[in-house]
Design a binder for this molecule. Sequence first.
Ligand code: PNW
Length: 492
Amino acid sequence: MAFANVVALLCFLATSIFTVEGEVRRFPDTISFGVATASYQVEGAWNVSDKGENIWDRFTHTTDSIRDRSNGDVACDSYNQHRRDIEMLKELGVDYYRFSISWTRILPDGFSNRLSQDGIAYYNTLINDLLEANITPYVTIYHWDLPQRLQDLGGWANPMMADYYTDFAKVAFEAFGDRVKHWLTFNEPWVICYQGYGMIEKAPALDMSGIADYLCGHSLLKAHAKAYHLYDDVYRPTQNGRIGWTLNTNYHEAASQSPADREAAERAMQFELGWFGHPVFSSEGDYSQILKDRVNQKSSEQGYPRSRLPEFTSEEVAYLKGTCDFFGLNHYSTNFVRMPTMALKSSKVSFDDDLGVEKFVDPAWPGSEADWLKVVPWGFRNLLNWIRNSYNSPEIIVFENGFPDRDDKDDVDRINYYNGYMNALLDAMEDGCNVTAYTAWSLMDNFEWSDGYTQRYGLYHVDFNDPMRTRTPKASAMYYKSILETRTIERD
Ligand code: PNW
């Protein structure tokens, strides 16, 4: 065969391999799509008008805990640039936008006796402009930026927080509830308490694991239930909205099918997702027996006069049960879990010591810019099924899912992540999981907490060296847009 013919044949083979259309899968019409951000991560304008100081202002300004020594003083400047944000939402074609309210922007002192008219006006404008663009606002009432004044009183470890939080939520329902019909009380209670009260990873960095994390969780659960009941009793009858919260978890897969490893994996699920999931979504309510037994037993071995995990009264158990209109889920990654071969000696009191399992990842799993985030799409499918089986098939809304890189506009790794995870979502829906909405984290690059601006999750790139904070669509923005337009995805 002449050389030219060989080349022609090879070209033909190559193009036919690479242009063959993969199988296309369609999303049911019942699912809607959105993107998310959070106030401290995007707004900036940290001291504009009468805005009060919050714990992230204090943490970034007074410690060297942020990897690049940055802060959210300006962030994406969304306080001044929300019109550009709405243009991007329109370009993507999302059904809704999930954002959060900065507590001290509307209540400068943390308490509801003094409202900031400028703060209220900012969110009114944002909400009105979203509605005008035909984009539904989904509002997180609390995404980690606690008023510093309330932290000075102990923050979430103070049981009075349930009242102060509910006062704040009431202001939000009163001011915005005529137009906002989708509420989340809290973003990720586990991260707030485990990383903020147990560790130094996040503000207020209390570093009292095994004590402060459980106190935080306890009053946070009560705060959630109180705000839920307030909405349910007083506002729902006229405002007709829905309210829940969003819980994060890794999926914990048993390292083997041995009974011990399966027990270890289930225990990890009950400690992480179940800590906040069981009291609200299980049919019996309260903390799971496994969580109560472990912490109780450890506490007594360690010489404490009572369990470090506080107890709910039976009235409280009943008050907490069912306080979500849907199961909100934030999910990023998966790990394996095995039972330790030798009982781990309790050296230091901690949440992880109470849990008492070993976690590890498969080195073959693709990584990301965050060491905790490996790309494991099947874990997402298994997690959605775990929720379906453990909590009686609730309606599930995915409020966050996304991938961090360093800084790439041609972000093929992010596209691969979304392709894998959205395929896993469809697999789970075919298994019978009732998922009604899916949210990409995040609309744009933003202040990634302790990692500052070194890790980027955005569909839009943000130039943080540019005073205008210019936003540019990445390849993944165009990819997400095409999924939303066609409501289809290629099978991976
Ligand atoms: C979420 N984990 O945090 C937050 O809701 C966002 O504000 C944040 O930007 C995003 O995920 C990316 O980090 C998480 O360790 C932090 O499993 C840590 C974990 C999960 C979520």
